[in-house]
Write a protein that binds this ligand. Sequence first.
Ligand code: SAM
Length: 210
Amino acid sequence: MGHQQLMQITAQKLQQHFANEAVHLLGLGCGDASLTAKMTRELSLASYTAVDLVESVLAMARQNMTRPDLEIHFFQSNIFEPLPVKSSYNLVFSSFAIHHGSLEEKQALFSEIRKRAEPGCPFFMIDAIRLEDQSRDQYLESVSQYFKGISVLEGDWQNFVLEHVNQFDFPESVEQFREIGEQTQWQLMDHHILEELPDYPVALMSFQAK
Ligand SMILES: C[S@@+](CC[C@H](N)C(=O)[O-])C[C@H]1O[C@@H](n2cnc3c(N)ncnc32)[C@H](O)[C@@H]1O
């Protein structure tokens, strides 16, 4: 899904932004955090707080993010409900989790994380998006073509993936995210859509807390 490529771009942006500054990172839908571990390798990461629905992936995340002198906090929770986190963060990151929420849930999440973010805090989001003027049905059709074209993904697996996408993917366009940001005091600074994947549009969006 071009995941690694967008993570590398994010890692470069993070190094430029933070240099040697201490980073307090909030991760949303962290999964096993293996890519977050790589992405933050060159940063002075002081604390990592992360939320995911699934206990078993949080256990993996704990292992992957164990580093000397790093404070870690993991919460099994739904990111579309009030977050169980208390501190203030100077970096927020999420990849491939936020598209699971409805438009209202995404708005509420942006508002919620703004309350936990220091002014100027960057929020990097890598996620599936809808192209401008693409309806959800058109998105689902396009993604279905994408997965049907992957020959190693056969039969049951293909059906499983497509059912998951049909049930859980509610991507928004970049413009819609810009608007959500405007409503919730996050400015969309720039975005990068992966050109290599026209049938499965994926973007890195960089917001900054106003
Ligand atoms: C596709 S995985 C991505 C994991 C990780 N962010 C990465 O990029 O490698 C999506 C993750 O989001 C989590 N997730 C999905 N919906 C969630 C929700 N409503 N609240 C918390 N976590 C959620 C899943 O449990 C899963 O670990």
